[in-house]
Design a protein around this ligand. Structure first.
Ligand code: GRF
Length: 197
């Protein structure tokens, strides 16, 4: 797999995937990292790991279609065949969406369709899960479509919500699981056990 990762913030999922490729646990290579946030830890971590990293945003490309085009160019020039969103807080443009249809994955920290959609990101998700008194939450990896959190579900795993959980403890446990679950899922894709288009 030639993997491009899009990340806006901390980039723990990104780092887990880079490390798995380097260790040989995942038969692939992270050929590009793209972030809309020039100050993100994700960009910093990618550069430290010597992965090609690009800041592409409305700051570098004020017109949406130019941004879409610039991202598409990085993807084609790097030989990307799978796009992995990991905490990427911006919509994918129509060109990239069309050209990589069925090959763009996202990870979401809940059992979609529960606790997805607009406004449901970061600690908001875990707050809603705890407020609703859920006993089980989880992680979803899904294909990216035009609307948030609506594409076909590729894989899910459940995580128990403990009586003692706070937003912090639950977020931390879910994120740790995300890191390994994303790597495992990409491995299944690379082995053609999970078939994308
Ligand atoms: C993860 O919780 C992911 O599910 C969500 O954003 C977070 C990204 O974390 N979409 P990181 O940047 O990979 O550490």
């Amino acid at each position: 797999l030639q993997i491009a990762i899009f990340a806006s913030h901390t980039g723990t999922n990104m780092q887990a995937i880079i490390d798995a490729c380097r260790r040989g646990d995942l038969n692939g290579e992270v050929c590009a990292v793209i972030s809309n946030n020039s100050n993100s830890q994700a960009l910093e971590k990618a550069r430290t790991s010597r992965v090609r990293a690009y800041h592409l945003s409305n700051k570098t490309h004020p017109e949406e279609d130019e941004l879409d085009e610039a991202i598409y160019k990085v993807l084609t020039e790097s030989g990307t065949n799978i796009v992995v969103l990991a905490g990427y807080m911006k919509k994918i443009g129509p060109k990239v969406l069309k050209q990589y249809k069925g090959r763009i994955l996202n990870i979401h920290p809940s059992l979609l369709p529960k606790y997805g959609g607009k406004g449901m990101y970061g600690s908001n998700v875990h707050r809603a899960v705890i407020d609703a008194g859920e006993k089980i939450t989880g992680v979803t990896i899904h294909l990216v479509e035009e609307e948030y959190d609506t594409g076909k579900i590729i894989r899910q795993c459940e995580i128990e919500v403990l009586e003692s959980d706070t937003i912090d403890t639950l977020s931390k446990r879910v994120l740790e699981k995300e890191n390994s679950f994303y790597v495992e899922t990409l491995k299944l894709i690379s082995e053609n056990v999970i078939k994308l288009q």
